[in-house]
Design a binder for this molecule. Structure first.
Ligand SMILES: [Zn+2]
Length: 192
């Protein structure tokens, strides 16, 4: 059964955020370093569109979170938390956030995209050309890099897929080269 079919079964063929039955698609909740059923939700075009383009966010649409934030699925809870955080200047959404309970691990995941943080406190990762990097992006190494603590050299031109960002330091990302998870300095990578 495809992920889409599994999500349809889980949700009863409706948007897991706003409950409409139309224009449903799979939304893989970023960062996409981990994927699968537990990391995805079934969303409608409106919800997914607004999640992905913050400029189009219509606060009233998200009153639906009043119900869906109580979902038993972590992916739905994480996205509900993110959207409530984005809208926290609305009184009602701050109230819902205060009521919401997330397991520590889910909360950490929900926070990974920096939703709701002030622009100034957000840590922005940029590649060698200044292009903003996100969790789940793929990059290519622009020079040979010695891998700390091993004799391995990661060659220039090596692609590193599904990177994850160091939330505390804008200079560092992590990703896999072959089977090895390594820390890479952002100025030595280019987004692909
Ligand atoms: Zn929806």
């Amino acid at each position: 059964m495809s992920l889409f079919e599994q999500l349809k079964e889980r949700s009863g063929s409706q948007c897991e955020l706003c409950a409409v039955p139309d224009n449903l698609q799979v939304y893989e909740v970023p960062p996409k370093s981990i994927v699968g059923l537990d990391r995805s939700l079934l969303g409608c075009e409106t919800c997914i569109g607004q999640i992905e383009n913050p400029d189009t966010t219509d606060a009233n649409h998200w009153r639906c979170l009043n119900d869906s934030m109580w979902s038993e699925h972590e992916a739905v809870k994480a996205v509900a938390w993110r959207m409530l955080s984005r809208l926290k200047s609305e009184g009602w959404s701050q109230d819902l956030l205060d009521m919401m309970y997330l397991e520590e691990e889910t909360l950490k995941w929900a926070k990974e995209t920096g939703e709701g943080e002030e622009e100034g406190e957000k840590i922005i990762h940029r590649d060698v050309n200044g292009v903003v990097l996100q969790n789940g992006d793929s990059v290519v190494l622009i020079k040979d890099l010695k891998v700390k603590g091993s004799s391995m050299v990661a060659k220039q031109g090596t692609a590193v897929r599904r990177i994850s960002l160091d939330r505390e330091n804008a200079e560092f990302i992590e990703g896999k080269v072959g089977p090895t998870q390594i820390v890479i300095i952002t100025k030595y990578v280019k987004k692909i």
